[in-house]
Design a protein around this ligand. Structure first.
Ligand code: IPE
Ligand code: IPE
Ligand code: MG
Length: 269
């Protein structure tokens, strides 16, 4: 948090927003569905891939800001198992962009002590992408700051299928803990905050198990237009939520509630 406050320009909106954040109640894990690249490009009469290219700086700012804030984990949805349905040219361009991104961002990851991790069915990716992913994962593996999970060829259902297969193979008892321990995010806290850009009110097969009690934040902003200010606003919004986990939330520790006294309930015969 201190790192972010020191990095922001005096008098800027970003600094005012960052100052309003309670550093004691930061989300431990933020997950983001980075959506709307295609629409961003269409609005400008550009090919869809131009939108993906323009999404890269937004990724950079988001990753850097989370690291500077002291967030524990950030999971970014970059490519779903369903995204193979898109035109070949678009998919190939995404892989090439990913390679460029990994090469250009390594320095930033090292500077901010970020530990990179790719999650998804990576074995189905082109070999040159796997090599690059392996390289950045290895080089950042000793870093102890932000854990950056990039979800690529990721599907929440596929992840659960793999976890259950693993349980059966190991002849392990099925419990919530044993399933969690076999997900790609094993050992990490579940996301507290799930952000989706471009206004779609759906989950699109992302982290189905892990988001059981995540707070949702959907913004109309298209991913390439997502700024640091918007990320900070999402965190501020999250800090206003009353997380009840099925209980009574804020009122649980309050004064004795007369409404909890037994009342007569007439039973119709
Ligand atoms: C999200 O943007 C990026 C990926 C899914 C790879 P989209 O490409 O889905 O953009 P829209 O939803 O078509 O605008
Ligand atoms: C979700 O976006 C996947 C990623 C952001 C990588 P999609 O654009 O694929 O989702 P739908 O098709 O609108 O549900
Ligand atoms: Mg989309």
């Amino acid at each position: 948090m201190k790192v972010l406050l020191e990095a922001l320009a005096p008098g800027s909106e970003d600094l005012a927003l960052a100052r309003a954040i309670d550093s004691e109640r930061l989300p431990a894990h933020i997950a983001i569905i980075m959506d709307g690249n295609g629409r961003w490009a269409q609005q400008r009469n550009l090919p869809r891939v131009a939108g993906h290219k323009e999404g890269v700086p937004a990724v950079r700012t988001t990753v850097e800001t989370c690291a500077q804030l002291g967030i524990g984990a950030l999971t970014l949805y970059a490519f779903s198992v369903e995204n193979w349905k898109r035109p070949r040219l678009e998919v190939d361009t995404l892989w090439r962009l990913l390679r460029v991104y990994l090469r250009s961002e390594l320095a930033l990851m090292m500077r901010h002590d970020i530990c990179f991790n790719a999650i998804g069915r990576l074995e189905e990716l082109p070999e040159y992408v796997r090599i690059e992913l392996g390289d950045v994962t290895r080089r950042t593996s000793a870093n102890r700051g932000l854990r950056l999970n990039l979800a690529i060829n990721y599907g929440g259902r596929a992840e659960l299928v793999d976890a259950v297969k693993n349980l059966i193979q190991d002849e392990v008892q099925v419990t919530e803990q044993s399933i969690s321990a076999r997900l790609y995010t094993a050992g990490q806290p579940d996301p507290d905050l799930l952000i989706r850009t471009s206004g779609e009110m759906r989950i699109s097969n992302f982290l189905l198990w892990q988001i059981a009690y995540a707070e949702l934040y959907v913004t109309e902003t298209l991913w390439p237009d997502f700024t640091r200010a918007e990320l900070l606003r999402a965190i501020l919004d999250y800090q206003k939520r009353d997380r009840r986990y099925g209980g009574l939330g804020g009122s649980e520790t309050g004064f004795p509630d007369r409404s909890l006294e037994p009342i007569e309930i007439p039973i119709a015969r």
